[in-house]
Ligand binder design. Structure first.
Ligand code: AMP
Ligand code: MG
Length: 481
């Protein structure tokens, strides 16, 4: 057996067999001097891949695209999308899908390179990515996974040995991303522009077979698919709200039909509670601010519904009415899920008519007093945090007494599994990335390790629990493209 086969790759590429208009066959552009930065052995193991006998040089070749595993049939995927509300034709401009690896437990997983060179969809871009943003995606996507939030995952990062030119020259890198698929709302929008019913049916059926086989026999599968996606995306955004995650660029091309968090660009975690929190340097209007995420999710779902109208009902007016009614269910479902999530964070078991008030009063206090979102819940869980004095004031005490009366035997247990003790705080992420860019990966690995168990007390935690210094108030994130 060759070295490469010993790894256990098991490709079966169904997406590349879709009609030619969906894809463009292309190989990653080889890089000058690949060097492995990090490999996710835990994830590899879950995928049924064994890299233990492969030397670093060979690994660097594999994860840069200089030497492709057997069975790959690499493609760039076509898609479109609403970016900040404006419709654009897009596609993988700096990514290629190697194919679908079938894992040990029979899961079909996309293996994709990000930063792998130009494709016909690159527009004016260089098709490349920089080390900092790729390590950032690695760290945050893995953190999200450990927070029990659906997400794409990260298998490896290599440096390319080439510079990418942004505002200044940066080290180039390729990220290997693993996802249950890369089908996006934007994929449907792209097919819609082609006005080809066969292609639309093909995409709907393919998506259902891959992600929602339980509705494959339904009478109106387009309607059911919309309904499924509404549920999935609500579940996702409620989870984001739970941990204070701000995606930052919720364009329709960055919304996956699988319901996984995808495309970690300018994302960041909220520090002090404020629904208007928005870190992205390009989001001038706060379109994708923390508190807007549910409304944007609904807006994106409406764009998805538009793609399916002809299949939902051939009569235009009827289709519109049916789809609108379904989309309008969003608010009620979201509210209920969000409310349950907040109750879990506060350990409120069972129902009490005052719960609503309790939740909103706390949020108001947190906002007015600029309390740290994560740490406020840790304070309530009696965790030792260094900013606890912020929660010790008259207003908070009055609220806390009311809250304590509502607690039951299992409240703390419930809080423990819903409130992370650690999140990838922006200042910590920046610090470890800075070191990594200067060839010191130790701080990055330490933080990554701590983020693996966000609901478990660990010795190292305190180091990562402090809110940012006040001087960090103007923290900004960049797309890193
Ligand atoms: P993103 O902001 O990563 O979701 O990307 C939006 C679109 O821009 C996608 O079509 C990407 O493929 C494309 N894109 C982003 N960065 C680059 C780049 N450096 N070169 C070419 N295309 C890019
Ligand atoms: Mg994207």
């Amino acid at each position: 057996m060759s070295e490469k086969n010993k790894i256990g790759w098991n490709f079966d590429n169904s997406y590349s067999n879709l009609p030619k208009s969906f894809i463009y066959e292309i190989s990653p552009v080889p890089v000058k001097q690949p060097e492995l930065v990090i490999l996710n052995y835990d994830l590899a193991d879950k995928m049924g891949l064994d890299f233990s006998n492969i030397d670093k040089e060979e690994l660097a070749k594999i994860f840069s695209g200089n030497s492709l595993p057997k069975g790959t049939k690499s493609i760039a995927q076509a898609y479109a999308g609403h970016q900040f509300g404006h419709f654009t034709m897009l596609g993988d401009g700096r990514a290629v899908l190697l194919g679908e690896h079938i894992s040990k437990n029979n899961q079909r997983l996309d293996v994709q390179f990000k930063g792998s060179g130009q494709t016909p969809f690159s527009r004016n871009g260089d098709g490349r990515a920089a080390l900092g943003p790729m390590l950032r995606e690695y760290l945050i996507s893995e953190a999200m996974h450990s927070l029990n939030i659906p997400t794409t995952r990260s298998l490896a990062v290599v440096k390319t040995g080439e510079n990418v030119i942004r505002e200044k020259p940066l080290q180039g890198a390729v990220l290997t991303r693993v996802a249950s698929s890369h089908i996006r709302v934007g994929t449907f929008q792209f097919i819609r522009t082609r006005e080809n019913l066969d292609e639309l049916n093909t995409l709907v059926n393919y998506t259902i077979n891959r992600h929602y086989p339980e509705i494959s026999k339904s009478k109106n599968n387009a309607y059911d698919l919309l309904s499924k996606l509404i549920d999935k995306q609500i579940e996702l955004v409620v989870n984001w709200m739970r941990v204070g995650f701000i995606h930052g660029v919720m364009n329709t091309d960055n919304m996956a039909i699988s319901g996984e968090t995808i495309d970690y660009g300018p994302c960041a975690f909220m520090d002090n509670y404020d629904p208007g929190t928005c870190f992205s340097s390009i989001d001038h209007m706060g379109r994708y601010a923390y508190g807007n995420q549910p409304a944007i999710t609904k807006w994106n779902l409406a764009r998805f519904a538009e793609c399916l109208l002809t299949l939902i009902n051939p009569k235009k007016d009827d289709a519109l009415k049916i789809a609108t009614e379904l989309i309008d269910k969003f608010d009620k479902i979201y509210e209920k899920k969000w409310f349950d999530m907040m109750k879990n964070k506060l350990g409120l078991i069972g129902d009490d008519k005052e719960d609503n008030l309790l939740i909103f009063e706390l949020l108001e206090i947190m906002k007015k007093q600029e309390l740290d979102y994560t740490n406020t819940f840790l304070f309530l869980m009696d965790q030792e945090i260094d900013d606890k004095k912020n929660c010790q004031n008259e207003k908070f005490d009055i609220w806390k007494v009311k809250w304590q009366k509502r607690l039951t035997k299992d409240s703390k247990k419930l809080m423990k599994v819903n409130n992370p003790l650690i999140i990838p705080r922006n200042h910590n992420v920046e610090n470890v990335l800075k070191s990594a860019e200067n060839n010191d990966l130790t701080p990055f690995n330490d933080l990554l390790q701590a983020l693996k168990n966000p609901y478990t007390n660990q010795k190292v935690l305190t180091k990562y629990q402090s809110p940012p210094p006040k001087s960090d108030k103007k923290y900004q994130t960049f797309c890193g493209t």
